[in-house]
Design a protein around this ligand. Structure first.
Ligand SMILES: [Fe+2]
Length: 233
């Protein structure tokens, strides 16, 4: 399955490296963007708030979504073992540029497992899959625009050309009239400084989640908060 952008270029490939190879190509992709992105700057100029920066969808968007795709990625229906890795409580809000909630927005996330492996045929790393890790989740924002997933901290991974991606979670957020595809990063990760996509971000601080205090009963949990601002709503 391929997903194409506004210029009919494939942004999801069955195999191979869909990452931009250069800064120029990266910005070219960003400028074309998905179909909905063309109005982003207009929305921003009118309402003042800057929509969340888009990032490439990458090569690992699930070709076949798991049967189990709820908001808890640490448990898979029918699998006795839970996902390996540090538990992450990932929450935030989806907002319109005027700050009001984008109630009902559809939020998809997908990510590597704790060892840095995607459940995708294009991942040729040889790193082991984790059968207890769902890898993909979807939910609708509530009336206040809130979303919340339970997942594990994704591992860093090396792409075929040797570059290393810092831990991140992919997001595809669809409101009523606009859509943002981006990536969320984890605060205080040493690899953030060398990540080739984060380095060319125009506002990297807006792509890095905020760390919240873990709940007292789960001090080892990583609690993260990341808000997404849509282009229109
Ligand atoms: Fe990725």
């Amino acid at each position: 399955m391929d997903i194409v952008d506004s210029q009919n270029r494939s942004v999801i490939r069955e195999s191979g490296n869909a990452y931009p190879q250069s800064r120029r190509e990266l910005f070219g992709l960003a400028a074309g963007g998905l179909t909905v992105l063309g109005s982003g700057l207009i929305g921003s100029a009118v309402f003042g708030a800057t929509p969340t920066e888009t990032m490439t969808i990458g090569p690992f968007y699930p070709m076949q979504r798991p049967l189990d795709q709820d908001s808890d990625l640490t448990v898979v229906n029918g699998i006795a073992t839970h996902a390996k890795g540090q538990i992450v409580d990932l929450s935030g809000r989806v907002l319109k540029p005027d700050g009001t909630p984008a109630a009902g927005a559809r939020i998809e996330i997908w990510q590597a497992n704790a060892a840095g492996r995607y459940a995708h045929p294009a991942d040729m790393s040889g790193v082991a899959l984790d059968p207890g890790f769902q890898g993909f989740g979807v939910q609708l924002a509530d009336a206040e625009g809130r979303y919340r997933f339970r997942t594990v901290k994704p591992g860093a991974y090396r792409i075929p050309d040797g570059r290393v991606r810092t831990p991140h979670v992919h997001f595809d957020v669809q409101g009523r009239t606009s859509r943002i595809v981006s990536q969320m990063f984890i605060p205080d990760e040493p690899l953030n400084a060398s990540d080739f996509l984060l380095k060319v971000s125009e506002a990297p601080e807006t792509l890095i989640a905020r760390r919240l205090p873990p709940p007292p009963r789960a001090p080892d949990m990583l609690a993260l908060q990341w808000d997404i601002i849509l282009v229109d709503g």
